[in-house]
Design a protein around this ligand. Structure first.
Ligand code: ADP
Ligand code: MG
Length: 388
């Protein structure tokens, strides 16, 4: 679960991580009031969306007067911000953060992720802050310092010191950075985070160490024990189809191809996407209806797939182990009856009651295309998706 920058900063602040003073709003007038309240003479107006790269896209603006705060707030609120992380369609900006402007000396990078290879949190830090860490990793991998954390003992002060020295920090700044890193790890661990990224981590002209930007992602499976964090969820930032899918316990992810997939079991769903690609087409989604799919869930899943305009053909690939193929067929038929079916649907059923299921589909008069075997089904669906 992703949250906004202002929310991530609230979490960090609770653990004692220094962040700039700020206020969040959805109104231009209030933005000016917030700036007045913060005092000083430089402010930054920042679009709050679940994506990075806002600065380059025009979503982070420096203001040197209250008039400029007003201008920037007006321009950013309601804009559709396109960054390399939003996709070409961009994201609508509903809220802005008005923050006190900082006196930046250096922009560093600090991040914590879960590393599958070591099954541990790994801390990454780099002097190359302000730019995308993926770029640094590609062009200059040696510029990224790493510390693997033992989850039994947590982050040790010597690891933080090693990072601080590796970043070239000196004098009092070293201890400030150590304190910040230790606090960040505490925040990460205590909130069941999956990712924390501070980019840039600022060293100010005065030698202070401050989180200027922050991204956090939390483990959704742990949100039951973090009511306060769960409330930070912003559904307007999430894919509408994925929200709908969650209501029916469907594992659904939108992709960019043209072949809608309805499959039971995550492994089979992965294999189905692979074989669709192998047949020369692209999947429009990942969808696992689950082992214990009911007719109602199959109906919901089918509707979901068809609600996507880019879907030009559908492949239903079901292996009936626990689930019965005739029940799946009934779900598909019910859903197809209630919907105006515009795209060809290829069905491959295998396993428990497959024959019965196929017969139901053939008798339904809905023009569903039966296929024998996964390879044949994939070839067929790729062919009809191109024809449509
Ligand atoms: P994004 O990563 O989405 O582009 P950031 O919050 O990192 O957004 O902001 C982009 C850049 O804007 C930062 O690298 C920094 O140079 C500048 N910036 C952000 N917040 C402030 C601030 N409070 N004061 C001064 N400069 C800032
Ligand atoms: Mg940033």
């Amino acid at each position: 679960m992703k949250v906004h920058e202002f929310q991530a900063k609230q979490v960090l602040a609770r653990f004692g991580v220094p962040v700039p003073k700020s206020g969040v709003t959805d109104s231009v007038d209030e933005a000016v009031e917030i700036a007045k309240g913060l005092g000083g003479s430089v402010w930054v107006v920042k679009a709050q969306i679940h994506a990075g790269g806002r600065g380059k896209g025009g979503g982070v603006k420096l203001a040197r007067s209250l008039d400029e705060v007003r201008q920037h707030a007006k321009a950013i609120l309601g804009m559709t911000l396109v960054t390399h992380q939003t996709g070409p369609e961009g994201k609508l900006v509903n809220r802005i953060l008005v923050e006190e402007g900082q006196n930046i000396d250096q922009e560093l990078y600090f991040g914590i992720v879960i590393d599958r290879a070591t099954s541990s949190p790994v801390i990454m830090a780099s002097r190359e802050g302000g730019m995308e860490i993926e770029e640094v990793a590609e062009e200059n991998p040696d510029a990224i310092l790493r510390e693997v954390i033992d989850i039994a003992t947590g982050m040790s002060a010597y690891q933080a010191r090693r990072l601080a020295f590796g970043l070239g920090l000196q004098g009092k700044t070293v201890n400030k950075a150590v304190k910040l890193m230790m606090a960040c790890y505490k925040a990460f661990e205590a909130s069941d985070a999956a990712m924390l990224e501070i980019n840039p981590l600022m060293i100010s002209k005065e030698g202070d160490v401050v989180a200027l930007d922050c991204k956090m992602e939390f483990d959704e499976n742990a949100m039951f024990r973090h009511k306060d964090l769960a409330e930070m969820r912003d559904l307007t930032e999430e894919d509408a189809k994925e929200i709908e899918a969650a209501k029916f316990d469907l594992n659904y992810i939108t992709l960019s191809g043209t072949v809608g997939c309805m499959v039971n079991g995550a492994g089979l769903a992965m294999a189905t996407m692979d074989i669709i690609k192998h047949a020369g087409a692209e999947p429009a989604n990942f969808l696992d209806v689950g082992g214990g799919a009911t007719q109602e869930r199959v109906e919901a899943a089918f509707k979901l797939i068809l609600s996507d305009d880019s879907v030009k053909a559908v492949l239903i690939n079901i292996f009936g182990g626990i689930v019965r193929c005739d029940m799946i067929a009934r779900g598909v038929i019910e859903a197809a009856k209630n919907l105006d079916l515009q795209v060809p649907v290829v069905v491959r059923l295998e396993g428990t009651n497959a024959e019965e299921g196929l017969k139901l589909l053939e008798d339904s008069g809905l023009g569903l295309i039966p296929a024998k075997g996964l390879a044949a089904a994939a070839t067929k669906v790729a062919e009809v998706a191109k024809g449509a």
